[in-house]
Design a binder for this molecule. Structure first.
Ligand SMILES: *Cc1c(COP(=O)(O)O)cnc(C)c1O
Length: 401
């Protein structure tokens, strides 16, 4: 089975572009031009120059010796936490801002949940001197104050989304409304492999630098380009898409997609879309989403704002329903335990999203001779406010209190 998107943006039966008529001109313009613009020497030169000198790529592939010893298997970490702004998200915003410039756009809009994508967008807008408006649910504005401050420091306007649950899904609705009203001068930078075609494919291509580097780095470190297993957490699915991309058509490489089970998959407070989701349309694409029998979106829950989304990108819906990827659901509590464990085992404080990926090591089968790569999607600075609330429960026996 060949895994790639067709020219209408479908991965199997998932994907496409389900958009209101008012959005057609914007989405058509992108669809017509994204592949030819990305392919130009000029674009490739600017993209790779900025990834190297501004983002700090290639990010290291780090052999985690103490984790490897603990789990009895070889574990490498792909260090996206070392990217400028602290996560993989900037790979995509660099690509999209270069595209927006070439389309002659003067104004950038984005949606954000935890604020990581908002910060990555505000960053590239400052870099290029473009106006930036970031939509964010008013509840998230309260919960994620440090990232709101960063966006404003960078010169972006943060506009609250006050409808619905006042979180990511509502911010996305507001951004789409803005784009409809400003079709000529504005580009909408979507932050994950979600939305109407061509966004899922475009974002996956920009993030695919992760697996391109992994192949070179693994060859150098182990003598082979391919690991046995790649593990990544999945909110919309962009860091996972980047980590899987150049391995999609190698079925011998196992792909593990780690979702947030929240308080438990069947607790009613979960974001485990691959288990609970059914087929439907959300934010412009046909995919798996958490919905009631009559199509109302079910509010998701996860302790990590980056995984707290009721849908999943169409590529991942396809990978999981065809069995190419294995889905694992991790609870808030297990992710929290892994965050403290990894911090003390390796001296790396992971983002709460990434902590879910580490926790999957307790839930999958592997052989001791396997090489496992975990995509370390981001650093945990933004989550310290949450971590500190749990720190007393995870003190080592002999700690000084
Ligand atoms: C946003 C984010 C995620 C989730 O988004 P994906 O598109 O699924 O990658 C995961 N990890 C970190 C650190 C994030 O900031």
């Amino acid at each position: 089975m060949q895994i790639s998107v067709d020219d209408r943006g479908y991965y199997g039966r998932f994907g496409g572009a389900y958009i209101p008529e008012m959005l057609y001109p914007n989405v058509e313009e992108l669809r017509d031009q994204y592949l030819s613009i990305i392919a130009t020497d000029d674009f490739q030169r600017d993209f790779h120059h900025l990834l190297r000198d501004y983002v700090g790529r290639p990010t290291p592939l780090y052999l985690a010796e103490r984790l490897s010893e603990h789990f009895g298997v070889t574990i490498y970490l792909k260090r996206e936490d070392l990217c400028h702004t602290g996560a993989h998200k900037i790979n995509n915003t660099i690509g999209q801002i270069l595209l927006a410039q070439r389309l002659g756009k003067k104004r950038i809009i984005a949606e954000t949940g935890a604020g990581q994508h908002g910060v990555a967008t505000a960053t590239v807008c400052a870099l290029m001197g473009l106006e930036c408006v970031v939509y964010m649910g008013s509840v998230d504005i309260q919960r994620q104050a440090p990232n709101v401050a960063r966006m404003r420091m960078l010169g972006a306007e943060v506009r609250p989304a006050t409808s619905g649950s006042q979180t990511l899904k509502d911010a996305t609705n507001e951004a789409i409304r803005d784009w409809i009203n400003n079709p000529v001068d504005t580009h909408y930078i979507i932050g994950s492999v979600v939305g109407p075609h061509p966004y899922p494919d475009m974002v996956a291509r920009f993030q695919s630098v992760i697996s391109a580097e992994m192949k070179t780095q693994l060859l150098e470190a182990t003598g082979k380009e391919d690991p046995q297993i790649i593990i990544a957490c999945v909110g919309g699915g962009s860091n996972a898409a980047g980590a899987y991309y150049h391995y999609l058509n190698q079925p011998e490489v196992r792909l593990i997609a780690v979702e947030a089970a929240g308080e438990g998959v069947h607790s009613g407070k979960s974001a485990a879309t691959s288990v609970l989701g059914t087929e439907g349309v959300i934010h412009g694409s046909r995919t798996l989403l958490m919905q009631t029998a009559d199509g109302q979106i079910v509010e998701p829950h996860s302790i990590s704002a980056g995984l707290d989304y009721p849908g999943i990108g169409p590529m991942h819906a396809h990978l999981i329903t065809t069995g190419r990827a294995e889905a694992v659901s991790i609870t808030d509590e297990d992710a929290m335990r892994s965050a403290f464990f990894v911090s003390r085992q390796e001296g790396i404080i992971p983002a709460l999203e990434t902590a879910h990926a580490f926790s999957a090591l307790d839930h999958i089968q592997y052989n001791s001779s396997d090489v496992i790569v975990i995509n370390l999607s981001g650093r945990g600075d933004k989550d310290l406010g949450t971590y500190i609330q749990h720190i007393d429960r995870f003190q080592p026996e002999n700690a000084i209190r």
